[in-house]
Design a protein around this ligand. Structure first.
Ligand SMILES: [Zn+2]
Length: 116
């Protein structure tokens, strides 16, 4: 799907475009301003090509640098909750008390342990 978006065959809301990377609004943003940073080059995940990954992360860092607070997240492999196998980096703006849970917060893990 992301190859098609990069090639312009599938429409997307592009918020920034570099020569080799784009940032788009995901179909289901988790907070206002959430974007996906996607390299033009198809690589499955962050582990496939360190140069492509570094370039993509640099673009994500540029966007994150414009925010007061953000999570910058990418996943490798379905075990790690990756669902689209074309590298993408989430830049998720955070605001005080936005209540967005992340899957690896110790607090959440502790809650699950308490419930067990
Ligand atoms: Zn692709």
């Amino acid at each position: 799907m992301f190859c098609s978006i990069v090639a312009g065959r599938v429409p997307a809301e592009v918020v920034r475009a570099w020569d080799d990377v784009i940032a788009i609004v995901p179909l289901d943003p988790v907070t206002p301003g959430h974007v996906l940073v996607i390299p033009h080059t198809h690589v499955a995940d962050i582990g496939e090509d360190p140069v492509v990954s570094a370039r993509t992360m640099a673009c994500a860092a540029e966007l994150a640098g414009e925010l007061e607070a953000a999570n910058v997240i990418t996943s490798k492999g379905s075990i790690a909750t990756q669902t689209v196998f074309h590298l993408h980096v989430h830049v998720v703006p955070r605001r005080e008390a936005d209540a967005l849970p992340l899957p690896w917060t110790p607090r959440q893990e502790a809650k699950e342990r308490c419930a067990a």
